[in-house]
Every structure is written in C-alpha cells, then in structure tokens.
Ligand binder design. Structure first.
Ligand SMILES: CCCCCCCCCCCCC/C=C/C(=O)SCCNC(=O)CCNC(=O)[C@H](O)C(C)(C)COP(=O)(O)OP(=O)(O)OC[C@H]1O[C@@H](n2cnc3c(N)ncnc32)[C@H](O)[C@@H]1OP(=O)(O)O
Length: 725
C-alpha cells in the first residue's frame, strides 16, 4: 500500500496501489504510518515520497467515494502532516501526479519530476474540488491566474510547463528517484519555513479584484450549469483573500456543497462509464479480453466530403500513413485543399507544428483517384454520402482490390451494415464506424458490428478509436444505431410541441437550460434540415413516392409532422441557406434569431390543420423530449443493441452534447427515478396514443415492477437478450 524503506539518511515511502496508485484508505494509513516512523527515527534525516511502477499517484481513489467509509477528508490532515515535518520531504514525480496525488506533492518541501510526467488537479472534472488544501497551496506556489486555470479546468500539464510555472523545482531526463534522493541529501539541515506553502503569501497582482471579477464571468460562461468550476473559483478566491487556515475552512464548506449536489456522482459515473465501454463483449462470447487487434500500418479514406476530410485529419494526427481517394480530379483537388487547411490549423495548435504532423510528405499522406493504390492498406474508411447503392458499389470494389484481411469500415449514421457487407466477399471484415462531425474534433466513434463482423475486426476498430484519441463504443446494427435512434423520438417530440403551440426558441431554451450545448432546433439548423429530408424521402415518408391520399399528419397509422419537410420545400435548410427554424444574418451565418416568418407560418399551419393551440410549460417540454429519448434507450437495451446503460451515456455525452454533469440519459433517468419516468410516459402516451415513442418500453416497466433497482443492476433483469450485438 505504501512501502517504507530506509537507506542511509533518507527514508523512502513508495505509494503502491496498482494500476495508478490511487489513494485508498489503506494507502493513506500506510503513508501516515511511514511519515510517523521516519519522524521517530533519529537516523532518518530526510524523506522521499514516490510511487510504484513509474507513477506517483492519480489521486484519491474515486471508487472509494461511493463506499460508506468516505476517506477524502483524511487526505488534508496528511498533507499538513507532510508539510509540518521537521525533516525535509521530497516528492519524486514520475508518470502522473493528479488530484490528491499532486496535493500530497504540494505538501512536500521539494518536488522533482521526470520530464515526461503529467500533473494536474482534475477534481473539477469529477464534480469536486481539490479538497485536500490544494486550492490554498497551489495559488501560493504558482500565483492565482495559473492556479485558477489549472483548478477550474482540471487540465493536465507536462513537466516542462510545471517547471516554468514553478510547480516543480527541477525536471530530470533519467532516474527521478535517484535524483530525488540526491536532492533530499543536499537539503538536509536547510531551513524548511520558506518551503512550507501554507506559510507563503499569495503572489500579488496589480489588480486582483478586477482579475477575479473577469475570471468569474469566464468560468460561469464555460460551465453552463456545471457547478464545480464556479466553486473551485470560490475556493481559489478564498486563497487570494483570506489567511491559509480560513481558506482551508472555506475549501471544506465548498467541497461539502459539491458532495451533496449530485453532480459529483453523475460525473464519476461518466468517468467509469468511459472506461467500462472499452471492455466490449459480443453474444458469441468474443470480447476485448480474447480478441486481438490487427496492426494498422497504413490506412485509406474514400470520399473527401465534410466527413472524409475530418477523418483524414484525424488519421494524420494519429500519425497513420494514409491514402486519400476521390472519384475524380475536381473533387480530389477540392478535398485536398480543404484537408490541407484543416491540417495547417491543427498543426498550429500543436507543439512542434507542421513538422510533427508531417502531412506534406506523400509517403505519409497521398491523394489519389486511383483505387489500385488501396492494394496494400490495412484498413479503409469509406466516407461517401449516405446512399446504399453507392456504398455497395464501393464495397464490392474494395473487396476485390484490398489485400486479404484488410478491415473495411463504412462511415454511416444509419445504413444497414449487413446490406453493405453483402456486396463483398468478406463480410467478416466489414464494420460500421460512425464518426461525428467535425470528425477530427468530436470524441465519439460508434462502432457497429454486423452479423458477420469478426472479433478481430471489432478489436481493430476499437484500437483505431484509441489511436485517434476517441471513445469507441461497440453497438449492434439497427436503423440509426444507438445515438441517432434515440435522437429520432427526441426531435419528433420537439416538432410535435411546435404543432401544439410552442416555438423553436422556447423548446431550445428549455433544453439548453438543462445543459445541452444546442437545443434540437438550433442543432437541426446547424446540421442542415436537408439531411433528414433526404432520409425521409428515401424511406418514402415524404416526396414524390408518397402515395396520393396519404393524410398530411399521419404515416402508417402513426402521428407524423410534415413541418420539417415543408421548411425544406421552401429552401430553408438551416444555417447553410441562412434560414431554417431560425433566421441568420446570411447564408452560412451562425447567429440564430427568432424568425417572425416562421411564427406566422406555424400559426397558419395550425389553422390549416385545425390544431388547437395551448400554452406548453417547461416541464412538459423537458419531459416529452427527454423521456421519449430515454424510453428508446430502454428498448435498445432490451434488444441487445447496446450491452449496458453506460454505453448509451457515453454515446450521448461524447456525441450529442448531453451535459456531462447529468451523467448521460440513462443515469439521468436513474436519478429522476424510473417510476416517475414511467408515470410521465404513461400520462403523455394516453394523451397522444398515436405516438409510439411515448409508449413506455416493456423493459422500463419491468424495472419499475422490480422495485426501481440501481443502474448497475438493470441488465441483470433482462432474462434473455436478443443477439443483435
Ligand atoms: C460521490 C461523492 C462521494 C463523497 C465521498 C467523500 C470524499 C471526499 C472527497 C475529497 C476530495 C479530496 C481531494 C482529492 C480528490 C481526488 O484526488 S479525486 C481524483 C482525482 N484524479 C483523477 O481524476 C484522475 C483520474 N484518472 C485519470 O485521469 C486516468 O485514469 C489516468 C490516471 C490519467 C490514467 O489514464 P490511462 O492510462 O488512460 O488509464 P485509465 O484506463 O484511465 O485508468 C486505469 C485504471 O485506473 C482506474 N483509475 C484511474 N484513476 C483512478 C482514481 N483516482 N481512483 C480510482 N481508480 C482510478 C481507472 O478506472 C482504470 O480502471 P478500470 O476502470 O477498471 O479500467
């Protein structure tokens, strides 16, 4: 847990709790024991604290937060104990020193780090604050602006930056432990007062008050309902304005607020959910632990439209040599120009710039119209537009040209993977990779397994997600997969609410207040209304193939709203045409303004269809949109399209702007309480019997009947999952 050893005059305390030396109750106890032992031993003149296996510590054990024996509070006194030691204590930082780990290091009198080490106070990202006196010590060491930045964003900083900030005293390229012991020996006998951060005054700023005022505005703007950044700010402000002991008291008060807010639990759920989805499993028994990925030494992207360009950029950033293919020279040149622009922008953001990315080297990125150049690639990502016939034609060609074993990925947001695979002679190598736009920015990669996709193909796609620094989530094959399938009823409810009397800006406001980055109408204007229109035409829901005599507001006996189709018929495609659910300053404009034309269009529409308008309150807007999305989530789980609620949560947080501090839709449902979700769905379904999305799913009903079990147990209530995964 924490090994104590004494060599010469320096006692060594080694934190040991694999894999990241998290500070569990046992580790803290052992650390305290080690410190006391060193203090009591007259032959010990200095102490060095390090971590086992090249990692200092990733902080307090997050799993322990939900256990009955909460131990976070024990950390602050131990940090104080380190600082008050009469013998110099040196921290040897390798790997990571995060959260409570860095707070332990801040209690030490000296810090020495390996040049590849990373440091940070990421508590904010799990809904907390550095509650072991870190909000009070860090500003005293590196000043208020730098401390505020680290504490309110939770970012990890490399050792080189830590040295510049004065967070560490020295960085080394070789053996950190030996260097720390040398330093410990050197400082024996030197006065410790100036090294105790609690005694240091806060470095002054010419106008601290104005700085803090502006910083608070920035923090609030970025947080949008997420409580922790603002409370982190308040704790740092206390450091700037109060003596150390009073600041610590304030830090504790603020921590208590966070601990009881519910957001900490949600963010910790999100943290573990993101790690849980890496452990994918298929009903065949294949899983992450048994399937090995194939190496991807060279890849190809087919199609250089918006998605293809982002995917190319992502692959280049991951340092994967690449062939980028278009159907003709005109499209190729257009695509190449756009990709180069994206890459130049990305290079500017990176240390080392264009040299690091090396995208001017044709051996690393080769643009071509020649399919034959795909012969030696290990993986192809097809990213042409959503047209089944075109995709099948390309896959037929790929299966003939590519080498045996090459992984064939299709970037699609809804199309049937099995049908695409049927055009090849190697369906086991075909897999769906649903990137989100912009593909070089968005973290989510939905990985869709077809009926014949091999475990190796899944493992390789998951490995690719990791290489691209994305979160890969394996899902089954159905229309819209997980993300878009849950989105359909949500957007449908939003449009029905307009029919019944609401306005786009009212619906958006409610969902943005909930924490979404964009409400459904602003999002639809950004994505382009024509995308859904094309898909509805393909499905025969609108357009020339619609049988004459079809009722305007009904399809297949269910309620249907033609409103989005009518806007498209008017050329209102959203931002790209300057008009959609809102109006914009120009085509391509980004500032959405409520549009009087749309309001009178809606009135006219309601009159035409004799719809009685009523006032719809915020609660109904929120519940109908969110509960219908969640309801679809339960259906997806019951069908075995996803292997757990955490998969749905990860997809929504990383691909659809769901507010992370609410833990994802399924976690949110668990906090609302499943009986309430069910009762509300039943109520709305009775009023709207022709809307299947509001009819409660059988799985939701089953869980309520079983007594509303905790989210971790939900899947055990599915007796037999169908095997779509
Ligand atoms: C809900 C409220 C309850 C109230 C309880 C009261 C408590 C009071 C709290 C007081 C607060 C005191 C102040 C201190 C707070 C903290 O220190 S909070 C922790 C801060 N640290 C972090 O947030 C770091 C989180 N970890 C990471 O960012 C990464 O894991 C990593 C360290 C950078 C390593 O990344 P990578 O190499 O990609 O590996 P991973 O797969 O992410 O991790 C490997 C496994 O380790 C598990 N893990 C990581 N960190 C922790 C941790 N701090 N505690 C427990 N477990 C951790 C991770 O989950 C992985 O395991 P699996 O999930 O099994 O795969």
């Amino acid at each position: 847990m924490a090994h104590y050893a004494r060599g010469s005059a320096v006692a060594v305390i080694r934190l040991c709790n694999p894999p990241v030396n998290a500070l569990s109750l046992a580790v803290l106890q052992a650390l305290e024991d080690g410190l006391k032992k060193a203090d009591a031993d007259p032959s010990v003149k200095a102490v060095m604290i390090c971590g086992e296996n090249g990692k200092f510590s990733a902080g307090a054990d997050i799993r322990g937060f939900s256990s009955p024996e909460r131990h976070g509070g024990a950390l602050g006194p131990i940090v104080s104990l380190i600082e008050s030691s009469e013998k110099p204590v040196v921290a040897a930082i390798e790997g990571v020193a995060l959260g409570g780990g860095l707070e332990v290091a801040l209690g030490c009198h000296y810090r020495i780090a390996h040049m590849k080490a990373q440091m940070g106070l990421p508590e904010v990202t799990i809904g907390l604050l550095p509650g072991a006196e870190g909000t009070q010590r860090l500003p005293r060491l590196i000043g208020v602006p730098a401390a505020l930045d680290m504490i309110t964003t939770g970012k990890h900083i490399p050792a080189t930056e830590a040295l510049k900030l004065g967070l560490v005293d020295e960085i080394v390229e070789e053996n950190t432990i030996e260097a720390a012991i040398r330093l410990a020996n050197k400082v024996i006998g030197q006065p410790l007062g100036p090294r105790r951060l609690s005694l240091k005054p806060i470095p002054r700023l010419p106008n601290m008050e104005a700085f803090l005022r502006e910083a608070l505005v920035r923090v609030k703007q970025q947080a949008r309902g997420w409580l922790a950044p603002e409370l982190c700010f308040q704790a740092v402000r206390a450091a700037a304005e109060r003596p150390f002991a009073a600041g610590v008291r304030r830090e504790r008060e603020l921590l208590q607020v966070l601990l009881t807010s519910g957001q900490a639990r949600a963010l910790q759920h999100a943290f573990f959910a993101e790690r849980a989805v890496r452990r994918w499993a298929a009903p065949s028994g294949a899983s992450w632990s048994s399937a090995a990925p194939q190496p991807v030494r060279k890849a190809a992207v087919v199609g250089l439209g918006t998605m293809g360009r982002g995917i190319v950029t992502s692959l280049v950033k991951a340092n994967i040599p690449l062939v980028a293919l278009e159907q003709n020279l005109e499209y190729l040149n257009k695509g190449r120009k756009a990709v180069m622009l994206l890459l130049e922008r990305e290079a500017m953001k990176m240390e080392g710039g264009a040299q690091t990315l090396d995208f001017h080297n044709p051996a690393r990125l080769h643009f071509t119209v020649d399919f034959d150049l795909l012969r030696d690639v290990d993986l192809v990502i097809e990213a042409v537009f959503e047209n089944m016939a075109l995709k099948k034609e390309i896959f037929h060609k790929l299966s003939k040209i590519c080498k045996p074993g090459a992984l064939l990925c299709t970037n699609t947001s809804a199309l049937n993977i099995d049908e695409i695979a049927s055009a090849t002679s190697c369906p086991q190598q075909v897999i769906g990779t649903h990137f989100f736009s912009p593909a070089h920015v968005m973290r989510l990669l939905e990985i869709i397994r077809g009926r014949h996709t091999s475990p190796t193909a899944i493992a390789t796609a998951m490995q690719l997600a990791k290489a691209l620094k994305k979160v890969g989530v394996v899902v089954g094959n159905c229309f819209g997969f997980v993300g878009n399938r849950m989105m359909f009823p949500y957007v449908q409810q939003a449009v029905f609410l307009l029919e019944e009397g609401s306005r786009p800006e009212a619906v958006d406001q409610v969902l943005e207040d909930f924490g979404f980055k964009l409400g459904p109408f602003r999002m639809s204007d950004l994505a382009g209304l024509d995308v859904g229109w094309r898909s509805r035409k393909d499905q025969g829901l609108t357009g020339p193939s619609l049988p004459s005599g079809t009722p305007a507001r009904q399809r297949h006996g269910q309620r249907y709203s033609p409103l989005p189709d009518l806007l498209c018929e008017q050329g209102r495609f959203g931002q790209k045409t300057g008009k959609g659910w809102y109006q914009y300053e120009q085509a391509g404009g980004r500032t959405a303004t409520p549009d009087p034309w749309l309001h009178s269009f809606l009135s006219h529409y309601r009159d035409t269809h004799h719809i009685k308008t009523r006032f719809i309150d915020q609660e109904e807007i929120l519940e109908r949109c969110l509960f219908s999305l969640i309801n679809e989530g339960f259906a997806i789980l019951a069908e075995g399209i996803a292997s757990g609620p955490e998969h749905l949560d990860v997809i929504y947080i990383n691909g659809y702007g769901w507010p992370k501090h609410r833990g994802g839709p399924m976690f949110y449902a668990s906090t609302v309480g499943l009986p309430r979700v069910l009762a509300k769905l039943q109520k709305y379904s009775e009023v709207h019997p022709d809307v299947p999305g509001l009819r409660p799913s059988a799985f939701l009903k089953k869980l309520v009947a079983a007594g509303n079990p905790p989210i971790k147990e939900w899947m055990s209530y599915l007796s037999q999952q169908s095997s779509k995964l």
